[in-house]
Design a protein around this ligand. Structure first.
Ligand SMILES: Cc1cc2nc3c(=O)[nH]c(=O)nc-3n(C[C@H](O)[C@H](O)[C@H](O)COP(=O)(O)OP(=O)(O)OC[C@H]3O[C@@H](n4cnc5c(N)ncnc54)[C@H](O)[C@@H]3O)c2cc1C
Length: 141
């Protein structure tokens, strides 16, 4: 990847993958990619995990499908243990679950919060993604 990623930026981090967002998909991606032994960093604009369920806090906010569908099937033990108090949970309950997953699998430390991807450029060597907090991050995919 080397020189094409370095260009004129102050800092360069070479990664196998950059996960954008710490929502339901981002948490799973981080767990899965790190489980494969890859060098991965996550970037999240908000200051916490949850994505949709972090940002949307209006009164009455809840999902409109049985919340069990939000339960990660890759953690069978947690799936058995965890009990959502209502079948179609409110935003605080879903956010609580996603925070629990982040802590249980120690995923939070791999994310840079309050950090936004502003641009991504593809070159043959991979993606180059500057953020407000990381001058340059290069990811293979
Ligand atoms: C009120 C509400 C109810 C819903 N109910 C249901 C439901 O019942 N069933 C259902 O299946 N779906 C529902 N959805 C859809 C819901 O969004 C998805 O189910 C799911 O939570 C999306 O997860 P995600 O990780 O893909 O994306 P998101 O939750 O959107 O997470 C994306 C994250 O990426 C971050 N991000 C984005 N761009 C950048 C950037 N450039 N730099 C840094 N960070 C960035 C955002 O801050 C965000 O935290 C609902 C959505 C809302 C708003």
């Amino acid at each position: 990847m080397g020189d094409q990623c370095k260009s004129d930026r102050m800092e360069t981090t070479e990664l196998d993958a950059l996960v954008v967002g710490a929502g339901v998909a981002g948490l799973y991606s981080m767990h899965r990619l790190r489980g494969l032994g890859l060098a991965v960093v996550g970037v999240e604009a908000g200051d916490g995990v949850g994505g949709t369920w972090y940002w949307n806090r209006y009164p009455g906010c809840r999902c409109d499908v049985p919340t069990i569908e939000y339960s990660y099937s890759w953690d069978e033990e947690l799936e058995q243990e965890w009990s959502f108090p209502e079948s179609m949970s409110t935003q605080p309950e879903i956010e609580r679950y996603l925070n629990h997953v982040a802590d249980r699998h120690d995923l939070r430390k791999h994310f840079r919060f309050e950090t936004r991807v502003t641009r991504a450029t593809y070159a043959l060597a991979g993606w180059s993604t500057p953020t407000a907090a990381i001058a340059s991050t290069c990811a293979g995919w």
